[in-house]
Design a protein around this ligand. Structure first.
Ligand code: IMP
Length: 181
């Protein structure tokens, strides 16, 4: 879906489709260079990471395995509750594996730090994070995100996997919504 389709519901387009495509390719090349000759497993966090996961994996110049986890995060609110619950766990045993956790967005960093602790306890050979988008709060808490697509201002964004009340995930750009309340 293009932004024109829902133009009256969006505020502005922050990151366009071409920019997304180009940055995802750069991230893929960087991850591949760092994992040369290694057996790589991408772990995507549903549902938000579905677009970045699919595009990143396709852009990789090497073979990667893919698995998914589903966790609760915001529910229907625009703020993180800090409560993380696994709705779907990995099917893969990651012990001894080189893992890249693929995230849509890191905001407060609460979801990510919880996930990292959880995955670390399974003894992977290495564990890095790739997040398409990082907000300023995440920089403050110093969540270790090795691969960052875009640093954006502290605004609520939708599109390219990110939703507001389950809408706009299939938007092909990253956009802001008009300020609520
Ligand atoms: P955190 O725990 O605050 O870092 O939030 C992480 C999760 O909250 C993400 O994986 C998203 O699902 C959701 N989230 C955070 N910021 C946004 C946003 O701007 N738009 C849509 N979802 C968001």
């Amino acid at each position: 879906m293009t932004p024109e389709t829902v133009a009256d519901e969006l505020d502005e387009v922050l990151i366009g489709a071409d920019e997304l495509r180009q940055r995802v390719q750069e991230l893929a090349d960087e991850i591949a260079a760092d994992h040369d000759g290694k057996d790589l497993l991408f772990v995507g966090v549903l549902r938000g990471a579905v677009m970045i996961m699919a595009d990143l994996a396709r852009a990789m110049p090497m073979s990667v395995e893919m698995d998914f986890m589903a966790v609760t995060s915001y529910g229907y609110a625009r703020q993180s509750s800090g409560v993380v619950r696994i709705l779907k766990d990995l099917d893969t045993d990651i012990s001894g594996r080189h893992v890249v956790l693929v995230e849509d967005i890191v905001d407060s960093g609460l979801t990510l730090s919880w996930l990292l602790r959880n995955l670390e306890s399974r003894d992977p050979a290495s564990l890095e994070v790739c997040a398409l988008i990082r907000k300023p709060e995440a920089v403050k808490v110093e969540v270790p995100v090795k691969y960052v697509g875009f640093d954006i201002p502290n605004e609520f964004v939708v599109g390219y996997g990110l939703d507001y009340r389950q809408r706009y995930r299939n938007l092909n750009v990253i956009a802001t919504l008009p300020t609520a309340d």
